[in-house]
Write a protein that binds this ligand. Structure first.
Ligand code: ADP
Ligand code: MG
Length: 690
């Protein structure tokens, strides 16, 4: 149990907080003294370089501070209403003008002390046009920050202004900071190696910075702490996954791996070799492997996983490859059989589509050890399905499976090794955060000789031309996808739109074979449509974004994406990956309505590197949006920023793993156990899984 300290006292015991204030603080989620101490500014006003009003000259961009001496709304001849206020500082006064913002009349009062940022221009004399303003104090309120400082702006709530929050915190800060010295849970050596400041210093820097860099140093410390404790949790999960049940050592035997390697019609890429070495080391050791293999579609993951499976087979074990859909299972089983050539390896396919007799035969052979590699869907983890001696589990498109399903397949074996694969490239910082308990391998190199996909941005107005191009490709015997956005929030409307468009397209292409596929269709029907597209019986597949990752239709050469601006870059990347899988030149055409989005789409069009695209997506949209709200599972950080803090994150991971390696249960670190318990409580135990 964490110990109770001064900081755990209810906020009501703070100076100038009575029951009413306490209720308001509670609305901000601030219940204890500690909550108040950690209620840091969400932004800062930089008043360290304030220009005296008398020194303003037309053309200057400046920050000024002054009291409002008069104000009012001015109508103009063109019907535009302008809010104007005259502000004064010690040396002069100036008229400020906000065209089109008459509502400010209700927000700004005479006597207000304002900080204004904007430009000075010439209009019947000098006039200031603020871009932003902050109310530093009301009439009668004192303010010490008149100039020369950075001052904090706090999240506020109705009934409690940011100025009141600021005053309240300022009044209590010294006492709170004294108590914070005992609240520091970071071991000193860890903190020093990471180059971050002690807790109390960090909090002081955030509440009372002398420069913006100062505040940033404070944030970094708190960010490091957040990342460190999450990594500590991951490190423990990682350790337990490997230690609680011993694994199997698969030494190198080369009876299958070597002949397989020789039979490949291509040389492995550098990235494949590197990753195979990482996997080989894991497999040779008696510790259980828990590894994530990330790589773009086409980067050669399947081949890599087959090497690993053969390594298990050479040692007398079976391997399983679990994929999310029946079509993918069938596709993978065909691919493996083709790659294996004449090697003496038997592949069994297990999906819900099998007839009873086939099902019984396959499951019988699996249990008897007669199937070397079992490829299948969830069917593999159904009751009654057993292996003779399962040594390696490969899970493809791992994000499509829940943690439970991954565990279930692992449990089919005797402490089998696990390799999970993902074709959704994500930035390293996200990978470490989401999958910190796994070891991570990355295939960041494409096999040579693949044709680039031609990506083009087109305005909506070019739609007829684009459709004509689609028709030309179909005339050449190729197939096309036309994708419509469908987002959770407006699912119904979007689906309707896609359906309407589909009917119109049928009129545009009366002689072609069109079909639609969308998320609301029953799984079987989706499968049926996908199969006939795959078989070349459909020319144009209209779809919302449910096209399965990994679906391989080499004859499809055109991907048209409608309203491309509504997709994230990573989603676009997944969609583009549906074409360019055959020998013919392929095209991805993004239709958009212009405007700001075009800039973002240009980044996408300029590269096919999934990792670079994911980094850009993270930068532009933030981590939460990268996957869509539904599946992210990403912890919410208050201080850490996965885009900026990759170095802090790497340091945090290194430190956390080092501590857990020496002391897995943190026996000699009660303060860390304490911190984990109060940060994560029950969740700490949920993280148990690899
Ligand atoms: P992924 O599973 O990552 O999408 P695959 O393993 O299916 O990728 O590989 C995509 C295609 O590239 C397959 O046809 C595969 O045989 C081929 N391939 C894999 N590795 C190489 C390589 N090193 N050189 C050339 N072709 C390769
Ligand atoms: Mg694959």
């Amino acid at each position: 149990m964490p110990t109770y300290t001064e900081l755990d006292r209810p906020a009501q015991f703070l100076k100038n907080v009575g029951p009413k204030r306490a209720d308001l603080l509670a609305k901000l989620g601030l219940l204890t003294a500690r909550d108040v101490l950690y209620h840091v500014p969400h932004r800062y006003e930089d008043a360290s370089t304030v220009t005296p009003i008398s020194a303003l000259e037309p053309g200057m961009d400046a920050t000024i501070i002054g009291r409002v001496v008069s104000k009012g709304v001015l109508p103009t001849r063109r019907g535009l209403r302008i809010f104007q206020a005259v502000v004064r500082d010690g040396g002069g006064l100036i008229e400020c003008s906000w065209p089109g913002q008459p509502f400010l009349d209700r927000q700004i009062a005479r006597g207000d002390l304002l900080l204004l940022r904007g430009t000075c221009r010439f209009y019947h004399g000098r006039q200031f046009q603020p871009r932003e303003y902050t109310t530093l104090a009301r009439e009668g309120e004192e303010s010490t920050e008149e100039s020369g400082t950075i001052f904090p702006v706090y999240p506020a709530t109705e009934g409690l202004t940011h100025r009141q929050v600021r005053t309240l915190i300022a009044e209590n800060l010294d006492g709170l900071l004294r108590q914070a010295r005992d609240d520091d849970r970071l071991p000193r050596d860890v903190r020093e190696r990471a180059g971050v400041v002690p807790l109390a210093e960090a909090l002081e820097a955030m509440h009372r910075p002398t420069t913006l860099a100062d505040a940033e140093r404070g944030r970094q410390r708190l960010a490091f702490e957040e990342l460190f404790f999450l990594q500590l949790l991951h490190a423990q999960a990682h350790h337990r996954a490997a230690a609680e049940r011993p694994g199997i050592a698969f030494p190198r035997r080369d009876t299958l791996v070597k002949p397989f390697h020789k039979s490949l019609p291509f040389a492995l890429t550098g990235a494949q070799k590197r990753v195979l070495k990482e996997i080989g080391t894991d497999m040779a050791s008696p510790r259980r492997m828990n590894r994530l293999l990330q790589g773009d579609v086409g980067s050669g993951k399947t081949v890599v996983s087959l090497f690993a499976m053969l390594r298990a087979l050479e040692n007398g074990y079976q391997a399983a490859l679990m994929v999310p859909t029946e079509i993918l299972a069938e596709q993978h089983s065909r691919t493996l059989i083709k790659l294996l050539g004449d090697l003496p390896v038997s592949v069994g396919l297990l999906t819900g589509r099998l007839k009873t007799k086939q099902w019984e035969e396959v499951t019988y052979r699996m249990a008897a050890g007669d199937v070397d590699i079992a490829v299948g869907t969830h069917a593999l983890i159904q009751d009654g399905v057993a292996f003779h001696k399962l040594g390696l589990v490969v899970v493809d498109e791992q994000h499509r499976f829940g943690v439970k399903q991954r565990q279930a397949i692992q449990e089919r074996g005797d402490n089998s090794d696990t390799l999970v694969m993902s074709a959704t490239p994500i930035p390293r910082s996200l990978a470490l955060t989401l999958y910190g308990d796994l070891d991570i391998s990355v295939l960041d190199e494409r096999p040579p000789g693949r044709q680039p996909i031609k990506t083009a941005l087109r305005n909506e107005s070019a739609r007829p031309k684009v459709l004509k191009f689609v028709a030309e490709q179909v005339a050449l015997g190729r197939q096309a996808y036309i994708v419509y956005p469908l987002v959770e929030e407006s699912e119904k409307v979007d689906l309707k739109a896609a359906t309407v468009e589909f009917e119109q397209l049928k009129e545009v292409f009366p002689e072609l074979r069109l079909a639609i596929i969308h998320g609301q269709m029953p799984g079987e029907e989706k499968d049926r449509v996908m199969r006939s597209f795959s078989a070349g019986e459909i020319d144009i597949l209209v779809s919302t974004t449910v096209i399965e990752v990994g679906i391989d239709v080499p004859n499809a050469t055109v991907m048209v994406i409608e309203h491309a601006e509504r997709f994230g870059l990573s989603q676009l990347h997944q969609l583009r990956g549906r074409v360019g899988r055959g020998s013919e030149e392929s095209f991805c055409i993004l239709l958009h309505s212009g405007g700001e989005a075009a800039q973002r789409l240009k980044i996408f069009a300029s590269t096919e590197d999934g990792f670079a695209i994911a980094e850009a997506d993270l930068r532009l949209r933030g981590a939460g949006d990268l996957f869509g709200a539904r599946q992210s599972g990403l912890p919410a950080f208050r201080f850490a920023d996965l885009e900026k803090d990759i170095q802090l994150l790497s340091a945090a991971r290194g430190e956390a793993r080092a501590i857990v390696d020496r002391d897995p249960e943190l026996a000699s670190h009660p303060e860390l156990r304490d911190a984990l318990e109060s940060r994560y409580g029950d969740r700490a135990r949920m993280f148990h899984v690899g």
